[in-house]
Design a protein around this ligand. Structure first.
Ligand SMILES: NCc1[nH]cc(CCC(=O)O)c1CC(=O)O
Length: 298
């Protein structure tokens, strides 16, 4: 009999490959009899680099090609940063595991050799969520869009185009670049993106993924459900100025969120708590409250 094969699909950026290899290591341990391999591919979001994500339009720019590979059985699992996954996921391709969460905070990175943000240069930042919150933290420093994977952004920073960069701690740490971090933003100062720091493992409906039982993290799963329910209710994709961060402690979950309403050009932050079992209801309740406060249509 031939050996069982498990193919793990991934974007081809260095960070995506490191993240996929973390899952592969686990799967190899859980299925020592299987042949586990990596299949990398470029996604639309990796190919179009001259526009910001909201200008390219459409959701799931980083997942479509990986979904197709799963559907066509060229792969058996996809590994994604949960943050990059659309809120609506095809029924045939469910998330079968949420990883333990890496540091969910955003961080500030300075050009090599600098100890503060050099005067006159913008902060490189690609999301409206970060831009909005940076205005409160650094009212006098403008933000300028920056695209490309983490390594590309760091080289643009070091080339002198920007005075600083804001990135997710999770990616920077997984790449082994934590020594470049000059400041951590506490989640209260800069509310992270829904799912930040969590990996999502996606599979095909109806298949047996019990080999991932020891990989799933229940605190991260509750946080992910609450954060994604919040964003889904407010209909935001990954580029909307929406932020959500859940913290689970002894069966309770506290969810902090930020919602910007285009109609009324106002934004609100808020926090609510419930039992972790009610994670999704909590996400929806906070979303409704903040939407009401910004004066947006219900
Ligand atoms: N949008 C790109 C992206 N998607 C996931 C991460 C970092 C890893 C994570 O959040 O799990 C990053 C880089 C960044 O925002 O700095």
């Amino acid at each position: 009999m031939s050996k069982k094969s498990i193919v793990v699909g991934s974007r081809e950026s260095k960070l995506a490959v490191i993240q996929s290899e973390m899952v592969i290591e686990y799967v190899k341990g859980a299925c020592p009899q299987a042949e586990v391999s990596l299949l990398t591919m470029k996604t639309t979001g990796d190919i179009i680099l001259d526009r910001t994500l909201d200008k390219i339009g459409g959701k799931g720019l980083f997942v479509k090609e990986l979904d197709k590979a799963l559907m066509e059985r060229r792969s058996d699992l996809s590994v994604h940063s949960l943050k990059d996954m659309p809120m609506e996921i095809p029924e045939e391709l469910p998330i079968v595991a949420f990883s333990k969460r890496e540091d969910p905070r955003d961080v500030l990175i300075l050009p090599q050799g600098e100890t503060e943000i050099p005067a006159g240069k913008p902060i490189g930042c690609s999301s409206q969520r970060r831009t909005l919150q940076l205005k409160e933290l650094f009212p006098d420093i403008p933000c300028k869009s920056i695209r490309g994977n983490v390594i590309t952004r760091l080289s643009k920073l070091d080339a002198g185009e920007y005075g600083a960069l804001v990135l997710a701690a999770a990616g920077v740490k997984r790449l082994g670049l934590a020594d470049r971090i000059s400041r951590y933003f506490e989640p209260e100062e800069m509310i992270p993106a829904a799912g930040q720091g969590i990996l999502a493992v996606q599979g095909r409906a109806g298949e047996d993924y019990s080999y991932l039982d020891g990989y799933r993290d229940s605190d991260a799963s509750f946080a992910a459900l609450a954060e994604r329910a919040f964003v889904r209710y407010l209909d935001g994709g990954c580029s909307s100025p929406i932020a959500a961060h859940g913290v689970v402690n002894e069966g309770r979950i506290t969810l902090t969120g930020l919602y910007y309403c285009e109609e009324t050009n106002t934004y609100r932050k808020g926090r609510m708590e419930d039992s972790a079992e009610h994670a999704e209801e909590l996400g929806i309740a906070l979303a409704k409250t903040l939407k009401e406060q910004t004066g947006g249509k219900q």
